[in-house]
Design a protein around this ligand. Structure first.
Ligand SMILES: NC(=O)c1ccc[n+]([C@@H]2O[C@H](COP(=O)([O-])OP(=O)(O)OC[C@H]3O[C@@H](n4cnc5c(N)ncnc54)[C@H](OP(=O)(O)O)[C@@H]3O)[C@@H](O)[C@H]2O)c1
Length: 314
C-alpha cells in the first residue's frame, strides 16, 4: 500500500549528499525548497560539489568525513557500483546514529550498507521511480513521483514519516522484491524507449525524417501513456489484437524486417490477447491464440536455423 502524508511531524535533520550528479542535484534542491536543511555536497570532483552547492545554496565539501560530521542523513547519489565502496571508506569513522540512504533501484540497503546496524547506524534505499534526466530541472517534477523505501527495521517508520513530511509519495517494499520492482521500472521506462525506437525505425523506412517521425509518434505515444496511467492497461487497449483483426496482424508481420522484430511483435501481441480478454470477457481468443502461436513457432524455427524470414527472402 502506498503511504501518503497524514499529519505534521516536525523532524529536524540535516542532509548531506555524496555524489553531485543528476539525482543529487534534484533531490537536494527538492529538500531545500521543502524546508529541509541540506548541509551540502561531497563529490568525486570538487567542481561538481561546488556546482551543486551553488545550485542549492548549500556548502561544497572537499572531504566526505566532514560532510558526515555535519549531517544526520547521508544520501549516496553516486553510480550504483560506487555506493558500497563509498560507504566502506566512511565506515572507518564513527557513524553511530547516522542514517545512510542510497537511491539505486536495483540494490538493496543491505547490499550497499552491509553490517551497518552493528555499527549503530541505519541503512535505506530510497528510490525515485522516475527518470531524472536533467540535473537543473528535474527537482520540479519530483512532487508526484513515487519513492520506494526499504531497509533497516529500527528506523523505517521514522524514515517513512520523514519522507512523507517532505511531501513525497512513498511505498515501503521488502528487500526480497527489490530486483522485481526494478525490473518493472525498467520495463515501463527503458523498454518503452526501445519500442518507440522500433516504431521510429519503421517510419524512417516509410520516408519520415527523424524529427517528423518523433512528432508523429509523440502524439499517439504520450496520449496513450496518459490513458494507460489513468484508466489501466486493459481499458486503454485499442488496435488489431483487441479487434481480432488477424489479417492486419499478418500484414504487419510480413513487413517486419527481422526475426527479432517479428518475435518482439508476436510476444507483445500474445500479451495483448490476455488484456483483450480482461477488457471483454466475451472476446473469443481461440483463433488469434492459434495464429500467434503458429507464427511464433515458425519465426523461432527460422531464427534457430539461421535462415532469413519471409520479408528478407524478397
Ligand atoms: N538518473 C536517474 O534517472 C535515476 C533514477 C533513479 C535512481 N537513480 C540512481 O541514483 C544514483 C545516481 O544516479 P545519477 O543518475 O544521479 O548519476 P550521475 O548523474 O552519473 O551522478 C553520479 C555522481 O556521482 C559522482 N561520483 C561518481 N563516483 C564517485 C565516488 N566514488 N565518490 C564520490 N562521488 C562519485 C559523480 O561525480 P563527479 O561529477 O564529481 O565526477 C557524479 O556526479 C544511482 O544509484 C542511480 O541508480 C538514478
Amino acid at each position: 500500500m502506498a503511504h501518503h502524508r497524514t499529519e505534521k511531524v516536525v523532524v529536524l535533520m540535516k542532509i548531506g549528499f555524496i555524489g553531485a550528479g543528476k539525482v543529487g542535484f534534484a533531490l537536494g534542491k527538492y529538500f531545500c525548497i521543502h524546508g529541509i536543511e541540506v548541509a551540502g555536497y561531497y563529490s568525486r570532483s570538487i567542481q561538481s560539489a561546488a556546482e551543486a552547492a551553488d545550485f542549492t545554496g548549500t556548502a561544497p565539501y572537499a572531504a566526505a568525513e566532514d560532510l558526515l560530521s555535519d549531517s544526520d542523513v547521508l544520501f549516496f547519489t553516486v553510480p550504483d557500483d560506487a555506493v558500497a565502496s563509498c560507504y566502506k571508506q566512511l565506515c572507518v569513522r564513527p557513524i553511530q546514529g547516522k542514517i545512510f540512504c542510497h537511491t539505486s533501484g536495483a540494490m538493496t540497503a543491505e547490499e550497499a550498507f552491509s553490517g551497518i546496524e552493528a555499527l549503530g547506524a541505519f541503512g535505506y534505499s530510497v528510490h525515485p521511480l522516475f527518470a531524472v534526466s536533467d540535473k537543473l530541472r528535474s527537482y520540479s517534477e519530483l512532487t508526484d513521483v513515487f519513492f520506494t523505501l526499504e531497509g533497516s527495521g529500527a528506523q523505517r517508520d521514522f524514515m517513512l514519516d520523514w519522507l512523507l513530511e517532505a511531501g513525497l509519495h512513498v511505498q515501503l517494499i521488502d528487500s526480497a522484491v527489490k530486483a522485481k520492482y526494478h525490473a518493472a521500472a525498467a520495463i515501463v521506462s527503458n523498454h518503452v524507449v526501445a519500442l518507440f525506437d522500433e516504431a521510429q525505425g519503421l517510419l524512417a523506412e516509410c520516408g519520415f525524417a527523424p524529427a517528423a517521425a518523433r512528432q508523429a509518434l509523440g502524439r499517439i505515444f504520450t496520449s496513450n501513456a496518459r490513458h494507460v496511467a489513468e484508466q489501466g492497461a486493459a481499458a486503454a487497449l485499442t488496435g488489431p489484437v483487441q479487434r481480432g483483426d488477424m489479417g492486419t496482424l499478418a500484414k504487419h508481420l510480413a513487413v517486419l524486417g527481422s526475426h527479432e522484430d517479428r518475435l518482439l511483435y508476436l510476444l507483445l501481441s500474445r500479451r495483448l490477447v490476455k488484456l483483450a480478454k480482461i477488457k471483454n470477457p466475451a472476446y473469443d481468443d481461440t483463433a488469434i491464440q492459434k495464429f500467434l502461436a503458429d507464427e511464433y513457432d515458425e519465426v523461432l524455427a527460422l531464427a534457430k536455423s539461421g535462415r532469413a524470414g519471409r520479408k528478407d527472402e524478397h
